[in-house]
Design a protein around this ligand. Sequence first.
Ligand code: NAD
Length: 240
Amino acid sequence: MGIANQVAIVTGATRGIGKAIALTLLDAGAKVVVCGRNQELLNEYNQPNVLPIKADVSKPNEVDQIIKQVLDKWGRIDILVNNAGITRDGLLMRMSDEDWQQVLDVNLSGAFYLCRSAIRPMMKQRSGKIVNISSVIGVTGNPGQINYAAAKAGLIGLTKSLAKEVASRGILVNAVAPGYIDTDMTNQLSEQQKEAIVKMIPLGRTGTVEDVAQLVYFLVSDANKYITGQTIHVDGGLVI
Ligand code: NAD
């Protein structure tokens, strides 16, 4: 699954799934741009093959700066993983405009801005791999998460359309839909809620960040030559 010396961008790489993806790609020999909002956490990546960039993916001008800095330093972009995401849960009746908009801005518009800025260099190279981190919630829906479900479903539509737009240029675009993965994002649930979720998972356990990172690694590697426009679930069978 060769990706040695390829240039990858991973957003939301300061912790959780994004950090696991960044470390997996680094281990495989890639040069990795780690993007996040917390400079101290970004500085923890103290390795020569890492370019840490503090940026908010929901701001198009900051996203353009990420792409500019990567091209200035390494001259190409082979891999883009749109992982940055947030939740602001609440029932529809009580959901504020801000909670709706923020979740759409980070999870969906953030990926759109990065794809738009990264696609030109990829098209010139006539190669590239993009993975958008969606969620099973974007497929099944979930009460209390209409903003998050709408954003994650939107990412799946974006993925399919972009895959068709750029296939002729040798660029593959896929979505990954994790189920319940143990991270800070899911830590907020009570033990009782977690037990109820595990009962619904055929493989009988919650997922790890490595479970997701290994799938992303395969999709962006040279081993994947013929999968594009797909949404691949990594959920222990939760959505069968
Ligand atoms: P997390 O909260 O631990 O990490 C999210 C990362 O995104 C952090 O590094 C955070 O700083 C970054 N981020 C947030 N807003 C940002 C912004 N505006 N600009 C730049 N970076 C920003 O979450 P996680 O569990 O690791 O989730 C990672 C991705 O996987 C998210 O897109 C999430 O929706 C998705 N996901 C997670 C689960 C799960 O069970 N944990 C399930 C399905 C999908």
